[in-house]
Design a protein around this ligand. Structure first.
Ligand code: CMP
Length: 143
């Protein structure tokens, strides 16, 4: 089954939206296969956001993503990578449709509540940065 890496970012945790965001993922029918709360350090942030290190917004992104706890997840389902990106809405919450997570709750691009992998390659890489294979639970979810 397809897997993706999802993370409730520090603003989502601070605003008390962990439950709301997980609830939307579960209600959609995707399965949470691994879940943990952690604080990201600079080393992990630079690995996770390696493609953005040279971007002008990287210092802001680094400061933000290491500012407080995040909730990291492995989410499984048929077409889950594209499906989660639809559920999250566009990166810039001002452009995200109402009904999506960022459209409903987000305000700025830098603090946009949730991260999701954008390709199968990214999903594999990001999952392996945050989870050991034995932390990903194989179970059946009866819908
Ligand atoms: P995310 O999906 O986690 O992947 C990279 C993140 O960089 C993105 O969400 C945004 O939070 C952030 N980002 C992208 N573009 C900008 C920008 N122009 N200014 C600030 N942050 C940005």
């Amino acid at each position: 089954m397809e897997r993706t890496f999802i993370m409730v970012k520090p603003d989502g945790v601070q605003r008390g939206l962990i439950g709301e965001l997980i609830s939307r993922i579960e209600k959609k029918g995707f399965k949470i296969a691994a879940l943990k709360m952690l604080k990201i350090d600079e080393e992990l942030a630079k690995k996770h956001y390696a493609e953005h290190i040279e971007k002008p917004f990287f210092p802001e992104l680094l400061a933000f993503i290491t500012s407080g706890p995040v909730v990291a997840m492995v989410v499984e389902g048929d077409g889950v990578i594209a499906g989660m990106r639809k559920l999250m809405g566009k990166t810039n919450p001002k452009e995200a449709e109402i009904g999506t997570i960022r459209g409903d709750f987000g305000i700025t691009t830098s603090q946009n509540l949730i991260h999701g992998s954008d390709s199968p390659e990214a999903a594999k890489r990001e999952i392996s940065l945050f989870f050991k294979e034995e932390e990903i639970i194989d179970y059946t979810r009866d819908l």
